[in-house]
Design a binder for this molecule. Sequence first.
Ligand SMILES: C=C(O[C@@H]1C=C(C(=O)O)C=C[C@H]1O)C(=O)O
Length: 391
Amino acid sequence: MDITFPEHTNALVSERPQADVFLFNSNSNLVRTNGIRQRISIPLLSNTFHQEVQAVFQREQAQGRCNPIVVGAIPFDMNQPAQLVVPEWHERVKPLDRTFSSFVDKDFIHHASEQSFAPSHTEFLDIIEQALSSFENSPLKKVVLSKILKLTLDRKVDVPRLLSNIMAQNPSAYHFSVPLKNSVLIGASPELLLRKQGNKIFSNPLAGSAKRLDNLDADRQAAKTLANSAKDQYEHRLVVDAIRAALLPVVESLGERKESSIIATPTMWHLSTDIEATLPAINPPSMFDLIKQIHPTPAMCGTPTVSAQQHIAALEPHQRGFFSGLVGWCDAEGNGEWAIAIRCAEVSGNKVTLFAGAGVVPDSNPESEWLETSAKMRTMLNAFGIKEDVI
Ligand SMILES: C=C(O[C@@H]1C=C(C(=O)O)C=C[C@H]1O)C(=O)O
């Protein structure tokens, strides 16, 4: 059957060669790139990262490009290599019209012939129990534990068509498609780590979640229960407090603390808080300085950070890679936008890996965290048109 996409998404679908195409779309900017002129593949925490970025921008400017751009992905663990590039070509335009949800591609359907979780259901419950027992005898207050789902699909995934479907199904998300070495990282994240425009910065952390329900009344009740949940508000507050505390020493002024609100994705409710700050006019921190200052937040890692990182390394059987890291772009003037790489998948041919995590605090229930992570995977399962209950 012929599929008619709106003009703009059609343009995305026709972009080739696919392997080099990067896309990041938010309600502020649509950035698309093609080709690679320079790479930055060292860890953000490496001593030479700052000089390397400066050198890359200077080389571009020396060749007459006045405001070059760096795009790509930063892993959860900033000791691991980033995958950033200066593209051959880029365009930064006003975001796409966000009313294209009627263009969901109903014929885009996949079936999974093989599936496996890591950790398995039993192992996941066990690592949550281990985290819960750590709260009693360590400084740990919150740790985010994740699982992956590996799927073999009945056919090779058409990545541009997948991207169009993700955008249509999740019109208000941060959409991204990032070419990695042997795969594409693709997703619809609801969470903004950082947007920088001149001397203003914005962050929109989420934490505290409930699954959306089909029945309207039950769905509204789920949102109300989340808003009134002391456990979720605590989990959320830890994130907001940590980001504000990390920004305080490097900003000129931090906006007033706002109340949390509830936001909806098509599959989840979340507690959400906007954070705004103004940077000093003299010697402001760069985009990457700010990222190093606040990533990984307790929404992706936990708190205190080092203790949570140690628990994740000890308890999770898989490597997160870019999951719960960052995807986005930054220009030589220091503007840019970085979303958190969640509600995403790594796609390679017909092999797909989905990721999801959940914040564990003393009041967490292991089975509820399992169900929450499964519900978060529905965003990508829907994008692939996987109807059967693989989770
Ligand atoms: C880690 C994920 O989501 C994060 C964890 C949340 C939570 O624990 O309530 C909510 C939103 C995100 O900050 C994910 O989607 O995989």
